[in-house]
Design a protein around this ligand. Structure first.
Ligand SMILES: *Cc1c(COP(=O)(O)O)cnc(C)c1O
Length: 418
């Protein structure tokens, strides 16, 4: 399968094969990860990596754009159709780039931006202080209600009235509940702010109609392409027509040079997949699987932040179990169950060993797992949590996990041939 790499660089080849084997034989509960189709993988590994295409379709700085122009135009048209957006820029190299580019489109350095604080589920690039978004802009951060673990729209409105941000950011990396984008739009309007929504985590749910869309209620929507959306690693900016020139200038030449055309071609393929009826079924099953996993975990006495989930992810607050996130995440990894430790609202433990564990169902849903497998996975998580010092018990779970993985191999195709 990797014959050319094996010949040229056997060391790297072995490592890639090891990673492939690891992905095949573990249950991936990291909510930001997924598996792309063989078609997307081929497009991203194609000759498009050899081409410079600075500029936009029809306005490039290099010749030889007979095919790249068509590919990028198709990616844009498919993104607009899938999300019902006026316009799309498919060039951002990542979700983080897309965010800084979107802020630069609507604000100047030193202006105030307001987003959800990192320990409460916001992303670094929502203005957290170690991120350049928190250095180039004056950043104000809102938090979740410590009791309910939910967004408190009245408090966000108060903070917005106090600080008059230029940009109000909605969206999150670890919020298990539905987000009310109309409320964010109303708050932004009431203080004269732009509303930028970052749907990185939920883009696939939005595309599959399993979560409210932020598009009608936002000036700009940013996203990653590789999480629930199930495309190649990258970013994308969707915008209202009036922001087209500002967004496109902010991406190129504002922040980036040549677009990664191999990624954009993979994105075009994944958007084609996301426009299929199969994708809606996938998105709805992600939410059903998460609800079932959450219910079963609560049955084992795990506390979930906000008491459950509406979307693809959940956050376990381990404080009642006298556990912290890191040792449990490491033990689960030894049992071939991948997840990540995470802060919970009101956490007093540091970010390197916080009190929570973040789990999500997109990747296992892509493998075809459904409610019965969620019941098994919840039981295994409980067994590992109760046997942190018992390697035999952890190994036993690991064997069972590998058996399940063999029953649910990575699918290669997501849509039927038309
Ligand atoms: C993952 C994520 C990003 C950043 O994406 P990268 O491609 O890793 O830069 C931005 N915003 C949110 C909400 C995310 O979850």
């Amino acid at each position: 399968m990797f014959s050319a790499i094996a010949k040229t660089d056997p060391v790297i080849c072995k490592l890639i094969e090891g990673e492939q084997q690891r992905q095949n034989s573990s249950i991936r509960l990291i909510p930001s990860e997924n598996y792309v189709s063989r078609a997307v993988m081929q497009a991203t590994g194609s000759c498009l990596t050899n081409k410079y295409a600075e500029g936009y379709p029809g306005k490039r700085y290099y010749e030889g754009q007979q095919f790249t122009d068509q590919i990028e135009t198709l990616a844009i048209e498919r993104a607009k159709k899938l999300f019902g957006a006026d316009g799309a820029n498919v060039q951002p190299h990542s979700g983080s780039c897309a965010n800084l580019e979107a802020y630069c489109a609507l604000a100047k350095p030193g202006d105030t931006i307001m987003g959800l604080a990192l320990p409460h589920g916001g992303h670094l690039t929502h203005g957290w202080k170690v991120s350049n978004t928190g250095k180039f802009f004056k950043s104000v951060q809102y938090e979740l209600d410590a009791k309910t673990g939910r967004l408190d729209y009245d408090k966000i409105a108060d903070l917005a009235r106090q600080h008059k941000p230029k940009i109000l950011i909605s969206g999150s990396s670890a919020y298990p509940r539905a987000i009310d984008f109309t409320a964010f739009q109303d708050i932004a309007k009431s203080v004269g702010a732009y509303h930028i929504s970052d749907m990185a985590h939920i883009a696939g749910l939005v595309a599959g109609k399993a979560h409210m869309s932020p598009i009608p209620y936002s000036d700009i929507v940013t996203t990653t392409t590789h999480k629930t959306l199930r495309g190649p690693r990258g970013g994308m900016i969707l915008f209202k027509a009036e922001h087209e020139a500002a967004v496109n200038k902010a991406v190129f030449p504002g922040m980036q040079g040549g677009p990664h055309m191999h990624t954009i071609s993979g994105l075009a393929v994944s958007l084609h997949e996301a426009l299929s009826p199969e994708f809606e079924a996938y998105a709805r099953q992600i939410v059903k699987n998460a609800a079932r996993l959450a219910e079963k975990l609560m049955g084992y006495g795990f506390n979930l932040v906000s008491g459950g989930t509406d979307n693809h992810l959940m956050l376990i607050d381990l404080r009642n179990k006298n556990l912290t996130g890191k040792p449990l995440a490491k033990a689960l990894d030894r049992a071939h169950i991948e997840c990540n430790y995470n802060s919970v609202p009101g956490d007093t433990a540091g970010p390197f060993n916080p009190s929570g564990l973040r789990l999500g169902t997109p990747a296992i849903t892509t493998r075809g797992m459904k409610e019965p497998q969620m019941d098994q996975i919840a039981a295994w998580i409980n067994t590992v949590a109760e046997n942190l010092a018992n390697e035999d018990a952890i190994n036993k779970v690991g064997k069972a996990v590998q058996d399940l993985c063999r029953q649910f191999p990575l699918p290669e195709e997501f849509i039927k041939n038309q």
